[in-house]
Design a protein around this ligand. Structure first.
Ligand SMILES: N[C@@H](CCC(=O)N[C@@H](CS)C(=O)NCC(=O)O)C(=O)O
Length: 148
């Protein structure tokens, strides 16, 4: 166990690195939402709108970013739990690193195609589906490893 959590362990390094990228990616969604609110003068609260001499309104560009953010919460939070369990199963470093990397790249791609450049389907479905199945794989591997 000491070796698993050692910073010399390449598995731990990959896990920590990619999960940190995912944390930053999710935090960036708040900034993206705020920038869309400012750009479109679309504020949810009267006290925010009054500062820009406008009224509260709903804007599709803001809502898109909010949906992308919600989708991150639905998927990345579960992945944080599943990937931690998977880490404890002592997986192959090459396979685990590849899964961490693909998950992270796909979730960034999901936001890009959903809320930044808006690419037609099935781009978003693929960017969502690949990480979704990676999370299922990790949860099943963990459940089997620790089966009572
Ligand atoms: N909560 C999701 C569940 C299904 C899902 O996550 N679908 C992916 C691929 S189509 C997605 O990007 N959904 C858009 C969203 O969550 O706003 C939904 O309402 O769509």
């Amino acid at each position: 166990m000491d070796q698993l959590f050692s910073i010399e362990n390449p598995l731990m390094r990959a896990y920590t690195f990619y999960n940190s990228i995912l944390c930053l990616k999710m935090l960036a969604m708040s900034v993206l939402t705020a920038s869309q609110r400012m750009k479109n003068k679309a504020f949810a609260n009267p006290e925010d709108a009054i500062m820009q001499k406008t009224k509260p309104k709903v804007d599709e560009n803001v809502e898109r970013v909010r949906r992308a953010h919600l989708n991150d919460l639905e998927n990345i939070c579960v992945y944080f739990v599943a990937s931690f369990g998977y880490l404890l199963t002592n997986p192959s470093v090459a396979v685990a690193t590849m899964l961490f990397r693909v998950f992270t790249i796909c979730r960034i791609a999901h936001t890009l195609v959903y809320a930044v450049v808006v690419i037609p389907q099935p781009a978003r479905a693929i960017a969502w589906g690949v990480p979704y199945f990676i999370t299922i794989y990790m949860a099943i591997k963990t459940a089997m490893h620790f089966a009572l």
